[in-house]
Write a protein of this length. Structure first.
Length: 394
């Protein structure tokens, strides 16, 4: 999702471009003009319920793509930088040196890099955490485990590789990792890239690409398979299938429900509630609409998104967020909050409709939660902001 390759401006007109990427970066670009009648407006929130963004950190970061906490009551926030570092922010300051620096192992550029971070549910006891990155030199997706050193602000560089997934192209790498309320590690993978999923990987149960995966990091070597994973006869790590590039997903800390935002191809961005064994449609569907074939597609057995929005300019790529469970913004409580990378719009899902809460002007690469459930917005340009009521943004 980061630095989307499927959007451009040509002679002041919005165009879509489908990047056909070669094995290691050779790119041909096909341009498609969006029709003038394709306008689709997102509804605005009433001014009385405006939110604001309070700056938390606006310098010192290089292309941040995630922020989160370790669940250890340390009041630390951990920030993932795409080139390959994890930074600690605490007591109003960015700590140095980095918590972890694996930039020498990371294939960085475009949508590749260090993309995800998840702390073990018992991190305070065992110091284990997990990352998702694209490997140098071949761009394969790696899911690996690290541990903290004796210094709790410094991780050991010793790596235990759990999973390596070859990537046929350099885009659509997914990247998010998170522990569910069941204690298992969930991993989002993209369809392997290019445009239109030429290998139909999203629909194939024989590949880990285009999937939501679930593994047990406390059993097996290098990991175990939960006994109730639904695809035991194929790729047993698969929890759900039919995704294009589910760049960011999250669990509702109150209900345990799994929310994922799947970046669209040419027209539609979608929000999914992910359940075991479901097929979320790509490449048959893009959102609620036929993609291949473009008309008359068979939707039998597919789970359609709970919401969608059109990705015409200035929108381009959905960035998944969180169901808000904090206390500072009363009217947002229980609302799924998400955004768009290009437009900078922060949206809330209200009665199934995506409503604009704020036009931030940021390149929203991620959202994150602190331990209290308050939400943060990550600007890929180098900033971290906290969502507050407009009246208390200072």
């Amino acid at each position: 999702m980061v630095c989307p390759t499927n959007v451009a401006i040509l002679y002041n007109k919005v165009v879509k471009r489908c990047a056909i990427l070669g094995t290691r970066g050779v790119c041909l670009t096909l341009l498609f003009l969006l029709p003038a009648h394709a306008a689709w407006a997102l509804a605005e929130r009433p001014p009385s319920q405006d939110i604001a963004l309070a700056p938390v950190l606006t310098q010192g970061l290089i292309q941040p793509v995630f922020i989160g906490h370790a669940g250890d009551h340390s009041d630390r926030l951990f920030i993932v930088e795409q080139p390959g570092r994890i930074r600690i922010f605490r007591n109003g300051a960015l700590r140095a040196p980095a918590f972890l620096d694996i930039s020498d192992r990371v294939d960085f550029g475009g949508e590749m890099g260090l993309l995800g971070l998840a702390f073990h549910p018992r991190f305070a006891e065992n110091g284990r955490f997990f990352v998702n990155y694209t490997r140098n030199p071949d761009g394969a997706t790696v899911v690996a485990e690290f541990q903290v050193s004796r210094n709790s602000d410094q991780a050991s560089h010793d790596e235990r590789t759990l999973m390596v997934i070859p990537q046929p192209y350099s885009n659509h790498n997914g990247g998010m990792v998170a522990f569910g309320p069941d204690g298992y590690l969930y991993i989002a993978t993209g369809d392997g890239g290019a445009g239109g999923d030429p290998g139909n990987r999203g629909q194939s149960p024989d590949t880990l690409l285009g999937k939501m995966l679930r593994i047990d990091v406390d059993q097996g070597d290098p990991y175990g398979i939960p006994s109730d994973n639904p695809f035991a006869k194929q790729q047993s790590e698969i929890f759900a299938l039919g995704f294009r590039n589910p760049w960011r997903f999250s669990f509702d800390r109150q209900t345990g429900r799994l929310w994922a935002a799947d970046v669209g191809q040419n027209q539609w961005e979608e929000i999914d509630v992910v359940e075991a064994g479901n097929n979320y449609g790509w490449r048959i569907m893009e959102g609620n609409h036929c993609f291949l074939p473009p008309r008359g597609c068979n939707t039998t057995g597919l789970t359609l998104p709970v919401s969608e929005y059109r990705n015409q300019s200035p929108s381009c790529a959905v960035t998944g967020g969180y169901v808000y469970r904090g206390t500072r913004v009363d009217f947002l409580r229980g609302t799924y909050v998400f955004g768009d990378y290009c437009s900078g719009r922060i949206m809330g899902l209200i009665d199934g409709q995506p409503l604009v809460l704020l036009a931030s002007g940021l390149r929203i690469s991620s959202f994150g939660e602190d331990e209290a459930g308050e939400l943060y917005v990550v600007d890929h340009g180098g900033g971290i902001y906290k969502i507050t009521p407009a009246s208390t943004k200072q």
